[in-house]
Design a protein around this ligand. Structure first.
Ligand SMILES: NC(=O)c1ccc[n+]([C@@H]2O[C@H](COP(=O)([O-])OP(=O)(O)OC[C@H]3O[C@@H](n4cnc5c(N)ncnc54)[C@H](OP(=O)(O)O)[C@@H]3O)[C@@H](O)[C@H]2O)c1
Length: 374
């Protein structure tokens, strides 16, 4: 037998998860079963747990009441493999992500994972907690800066220090990873955080820091020596900077492919509601969906077209991460520059509710991790 943390009622996970016993799963032909060493927490777990049934249905999640084991990020050791699995063996040390909409998450001692899921071998020397903390946040900022931002993971030496990014929320789990990835990519970084986190983001390599509690973020960002930005990466949400996109975003005829505002949250500001691309589908954010559409037209409409500016605007995307094994294979190289993973706190498995209390506070600095087994 083994155990799992799961919930069956809507609400904040710090109050709703309960520990239950369950058999160790047997892998299906295309699955591996992982003995979980660590699981990291992300705001999405609470957002799913508080979604109405209509949204759960839309996302492919079971209706509330069906036992749901939360968490996406994991590190662990492969315990058993299905008959059809060729690339993994029992005993492999792995880490990655379960895109967990079905309730078979990583906050349990043994989890069955599709062999095709985005997980890879753990680099030697990376601790279990650091490995679990990386995938979702790294995958998100990689998707934003490289897939959408069209910046190079390995920049040409001549480009190092030439481009800049603005990261909103530099002390967050995603923002701190975003600063580290941007520095690895040779970018100048301007970031926002509250005053107490200034030294933290500077240590990660931020070149300029804006205290969002004291300063006017848009004005400071617009007048920075590093403006305009190849990417504005929003890890906070809201619309404060939207009126300034024309001036904030790089418009370089030599590199017309660059210049985008990428938000991983969207116009919403509450932490409990689902964010990212899903908000483009919801009727209460039509202006966000139209902004994204107009941003896409920027790529397709020729510059000479009369009335172009009425149709197209600066590129804008409200995104979901699109993780892959190939993306996570780059983590070993990322860590050579990043050196350490920013961990807010590590909690014992028995204290998983306290780990959720921490992430629900909205004040975590870096990642919140649960050590599932020693
Ligand atoms: N679309 C996607 O694929 C995707 C993927 C990952 C995450 N997300 C979303 O991205 C958001 C961030 O996730 P996360 O894991 O990074 O969150 P997190 O680590 O829990 O965020 C907490 C941090 O945010 C900072 N913060 C709060 N308000 C801020 C503001 N107005 N300006 C600057 N910093 C602020 C806090 O710093 P202070 O204490 O200094 O305020 C704290 O360090 C969540 O909404 C999450 O759902 C989306």
């Amino acid at each position: 037998m083994s155990t799992a943390w799961q919930y069956t009622t809507r609400g904040r996970l710090s109050t709703t998860i309960k520990q239950v016993s369950k058999p160790i799963p047997n892998p299906k032909a295309d699955e591996v079963v992982v003995k979980v060493k660590a699981a990291a927490l992300n705001p999405v777990e609470n957002q799913i747990a508080q979604s109405p049934d209509v949204l759960l249905n839309f996302m492919g999640a079971p209706p509330m009441g069906t036992p749901f084991v939360p968490c996406w990020d994991f590190s662990g050791i492969i315990h058993s493999v299905g008959a059809g699995v060729k690339d993994h063996s029992a005993g492999d040390e792995v880490f990655g992500m379960i895109p967990n909409m079905t309730g078979n998450g990583s906050l349990q001692e043994y989890v069955a994972v599709s062999a095709a899921a985005p997980f890879v071998k753990k680099p030697e020397g990376l601790s279990w907690t650091d490995a679990a903390a990386l995938p979702l946040a790294y995958g998100t900022v990689y998707t934003a800066l490289i897939n959408y931002g069209r910046l190079a993971f390995n920049p040409h030496p001549a480009d190092v220090g030439r481009r800049s990014v603005l990261i909103l929320g530099g002390s967050s789990g995603t923002g701190s990873m975003g600063i580290q990835l941007a520095k690895k990519m040779g970018l100048k970084v301007v970031t926002t955080c509250s005053g107490k986190n200034t030294d933290f983001v500077k240590k990660l390599g931020a070149d300029e820091v804006i205290d969002y509690t004291q300063e006017h973020v848009a004005q400071r960002a617009l007048h920075s020596q590093y403006a305009p930005y190849a990417v504005v990466l929003d890890c906070v949400g809201g619309t404060d900077l939207i009126p300034h996109l024309d001036h904030l975003i790089l418009n370089d005829p030599v590199a017309p492919q660059l210049g985008i505002y990428v938000t991983i949250v969207g116009d919403k500001t509450g932490r409990d509601a689902m964010g990212g691309a899903i908000t483009n589908q919801q009727y209460y954010y039509p202006s966000q969906a139209i902004r994204q559409l107009r941003g896409r037209l920027n790529d397709y409409l020729p510059s000479w077209l009369p009335g172009r500016s009425a149709l197209a605007s600066r590129r804008y995307a409200c995104i979901m991460l699109s993780p892959s094994k190939a993306m996570f294979e780059t983590i070993a190289e990322f860590m050579k520059t990043a050196k350490e993973v920013q961990i807010d706190s590590v909690h014992a498995y028995k204290d998983a509710p306290a780990a959720f209390t921490r992430i629900e506070s909205g004040r975590a600095r870096g990642k919140v991790v649960v050590e599932v087994s020693k």
